[in-house]
Design a protein around this ligand. Structure first.
Ligand code: AMP
Length: 207
């Protein structure tokens, strides 16, 4: 299974991607995670990416597409992979076509009025889990691995506004793009819990 997970910021892509990868034994590839690891490691890619990420803009295609192309050339993706956060534009989708043959694009549909609260209240763990502050009862510890949770630098209202605008202009057209290729499946998240969304996701994937 070679798939793409699409959705606005805050749709729950990371949470669902972690679960899908575990259940179906495929590799989870998140371009956002790759950039954050580079920022943490102080690499040249990290230095470049940080200014774009902080501004809620897309990191330039030349860098992003090269990273994904290189990652997909590794042996561990042979049994399938899940791209989380890539492609994010029609240009990237066309580039992806040159080195990959995608089976499915799964779109997580989220109500835009919920996004700001979801993202600004989000706390994440280095293991990939994420939580909303309202469910943590004051705790700052990951229930899955015991590590300390943190707030992403770009999870602040100003950057979220820019990320949403970037999504609407650059990324949302991919929904029609993959629908036209009969590769699109959508799951409506509404007010569903992550477990309920995952159930709906599995129904789609098991078909
Ligand atoms: P994410 O973790 O998917 O929310 O991504 C965080 C940030 O990383 C985004 O707001 C972009 O600035 C950058 N980013 C992630 N994936 C891409 C991509 N495919 N193209 C360009 N920039 C990206």
């Amino acid at each position: 299974m070679k798939m793409i997970l699409l959705g606005a910021p805050g749709a729950g892509k990371g949470t669902q991607a972690t679960r899908i990868a575990e259940k179906y034994g495929i590799v989870h590839i998140s371009t956002g995670d790759i950039f954050r690891a580079n920022i943490k490691g102080g690499t040249e890619i990290g230095k470049l990416a940080k200014s774009y990420i902080d501004a809620g803009k897309l990191v330039p295609d030349s860098v992003t597409c090269e990273i994904v192309k290189d990652r997909l050339s590794k042996d561990d993706v042979r049994n399938g992979y899940l791209l989380d956060g890539f492609p994010r534009s029609l240009y990237q989708a066309e580039e992806l076509n040159k080195f990959a043959d995608i089976d499915l694009c799964l779109n997580l549909e989220v109500d835009s009025s919920l996004i700001m609260d979801r993202i600004c209240g989000r706390r994440v763990c280095s293991c990939g889990e994420s939580y909303h502050v309202s469910t943590l009862n004051g705790s700052n510890i990951c229930a899955k691995c015991g590590n300390e949770l943190y707030r992403r630098d770009d999870d602040n209202p100003e950057t979220v506004k820019a990320r949403l605008s970037t999504y609407n202009v650059m990324t949302a057209p991919l929904i029609a793009y993959y629908a036209a290729q009969n590769k699109l499946a959508s799951v409506v998240c509404g007010t569903k819990t992550p477990d309920e969304v995952f159930e709906a996701v599995c129904e789609v994937l098991d078909k």
